[in-house]
Write a protein that binds this ligand. Structure first.
Ligand SMILES: [Zn+2]
Length: 400
C-alpha cells in the first residue's frame, strides 16, 4: 500500500460501529467492479472498469470493510445475473430456509417485505409455503426474466430500497445477500429499523456471507469488489444492536458459508447470545488469512504453470463472482484457462469480467474434453461430478 493511500485510509471510520479502529490487511489492485454482469463480447469483458480492494478490519466491532470501495461504480440495474436458482443443491437449501423461517416466526397470512429480492424466488417461496403476501425490492428485477412469474400475492418494485420506501408496511422483513454490497452499513440498517417501526412483534431477517468462513478457508475468491462489507456473527449483531435492534437469533447454514441474523426492534440491549462474543476469534482469523494467503496463491500459480507446460486443458466450473475473483486474484490469463462452465443458461456465450474467458454450458465439455475441472464452490462438487459422469467424462476434479 502506498504511504499516501495509507494515510488517507487511516482516517476512515468503521461504517458499522462508526469508530476509527480499522486495521488494513488485504489488498487487490484493479479488481473488476462487477463480476456478475452479462458481458457479451470479450473486449468489453477484458476492458471492464476496475477498482481497488483494501480490506480494513475494525478492532472495535470485528467488521471488515473495503475502505477503497466506491459505490458510484456499482450499477445493479443492468444485466445483473446472480441467481443460483439453477442449482438443485441451492434450491433445496432455499426451500428448507423458507420452511424454517415460516415455522420460527409464524409466517402465515402475514405481509413479507424482501429487500434485494433478485428475481423473487425466495419471496415467492415464503408467500406460497406460508400463504403470505409480499413486496419485493430489487433494482435488477426484470419481470420477463423472473422464474416465478406474476402473482397477485406479490408486488415487485424494480428499485433500490431507499428513504422513499421507509413507509412500506410489513410484518416480516427479509434481506438476503444484499448487506455485503452496501458500504454504509449502519446507515442502511438504521433505515430498515425506521421502516420496521417500534412494534416488537415484527422480525427482520438478514443473510450475508460468513466472513469467518472466508478468512478461515483463506477463500480469497470470496473477496470481490461488489462485496464491500464482511461480517461475523458478533459484528453483525453489534451492528444491529448499535442501530436499535434486539438480536433474537444468530446461526450459519450452507456449510457455514452463510450467516443469518434475526432481530426485533428494541434498544439493542437484550441479553447477548454466546455467539456474539467473537472479537478475538475474528482478529485471529484475520491474522491467519494474512499469513496463509501468500502461500496459497503461490501454490495455485505453480499448478497453472505446470498445466500449461504439459498442455492440459483446464476449465473453471462457476462463472460467478468467485470465478472472476479467483482468476483475477491469481492473474490467470486466457493462455492458462480458455473456458469457464456455468449451468445458468443466461450466462452461456458471455465472458468473464477482467480475464475474458468465454462462459460455456456444461454440454460444451464432451467436445472440449477438459483434463482438469476446478470447482469454484465445494458444495456443488457432487452435483458436478455426477453431471460430468453422465456426459461420459472423467477429468480430474479439483475444488478451491
Ligand atoms: Zn467497527
Amino acid at each position: 500500500m502506498t504511504e499516501h493511500l495509507k494515510i488517507d485510509m487511516e482516517k476512515r471510520a468503521c461504517p458499522s460501529c462508526e469508530t476509527t479502529a480499522l486495521h488494513f490487511f488485504y489488498e487487490v489492485k484493479q479488481a473488476p467492479v462487477h463480476s456478475v454482469l452479462l458481458l457479451h463480447d470479450r473486449e468489453t469483458a477484458v476492458n471492464f472498469p476496475t477498482g481497488d480492494i483494501i480490506l480494513g478490519h475494525c478492532q472495535e466491532c470485528g467488521f471488515i470493510t473495503n475502505a477503497a470501495f466506491n459505490d458510484a461504480q456499482q450499477d445493479y440495474a443492468g444485466e445483473y445475473e446472480a441467481t443460483q436458482g439453477f442449482s438443485p443443491t441451492f434450491n433445496a437449501f432455499h426451500r428448507r430456509l423458507a420452511a424454517d423461517l415460516i415455522e420460527r416466526y409464524d409466517l402465515h397470512n402475514k405481509h413479507i417485505v424482501e429487500i434485494g429480492c433478485g428475481m423473487g424466488e425466495f419471496l415467492h417461496l415464503l408467500c406460497e409455503m406460508g400463504d403470505n403476501t409480499g413486496t419485493g425490492f430489487d433494482p435488477a428485477y426484470v419481470k420477463e426474466r423472473s422464474l416465478v412469474g406474476e402473482s397477485d400475492k406479490i408486488t415487485f418494485i424494480a428499485d433500490y430500497f431507499s428513504e422513499q420506501y421507509v413507509n412500506t408496511p410489513g410484518d416480516f422483513f427479509a434481506c438476503k445477500m444484499t448487506l455485503e454490497h452496501i458500504p454504509n452499513t449502519a446507515e442502511f440498517v438504521r433505515m430498515v429499523r425506521q421502516t420496521v417501526g417500534d412494534n416488537p412483534n415484527k422480525t427482520v431477517f438478514f443473510q450475508v456471507p460468513n466472513a469467518r468462513y472466508v478468512l478461515g478457508d483463506v477463500a480469497f475468491w470470496d473477496i470481490y469488489y461488489e462485496h464491500c462489507s464482511y461480517f461475523s456473527m458478533g459484528s453483525i449483531a453489534r451492528l444491529f444492536r448499535h442501530v436499535g435492534f434486539d438480536v433474537m437469533d444468530l446461526w450459519t447454514d450452507y456449510d457455514d458459508q452463510y450467516l443469518m441474523i434475526a432481530a426485533r426492534p428494541g434498544k439493542g440491549d437484550n441479553p447477548q447470545l454466546a455467539q456474539e462474543d467473537d472479537l478475538a476469534l475474528v482478529a485471529a482469523d484475520v491474522a491467519y488469512f494474512t499469513d496463509a494467503f501468500g502461500q496459497l496463491a503461490e501454490d495455485w500459480r505453480r499448478r497453472f504453470t505446470a498445466y500449461k507446460r504439459n498442455g492440459r486443458r483446464v476449465v473453471l466450473w462457476g462463472g460467478g463472482s468467485k470465478g472472476v475473483s479467483f482468476l483475477t486474484g491469481l492473474g490467470i490469463t486466457l493462455d492458462d484457462v480458455q473456458y469457464v462452465v456455468d449451468i445458468n443458461p443466461n450466462k452461456t456465450g458471455t465472458f468473464m469480467a477482467g480475464t475474458g474467458q468465454e462462459i460455456v454450458a456444461p454440454q460444451f465439455l464432451p467436445e472440449y474434453k477438459p483434463d482438469i475441472v476446478i470447482v469454484m464452490n465445494p458444495i456443488y462438487r457432487n452435483e458436478i461430478r455426477r453431471d460430468l459422469k453422465e456426459m461420459g467424462l472423467a477429468p480430474q476434479v479439483l475444488t478451491v
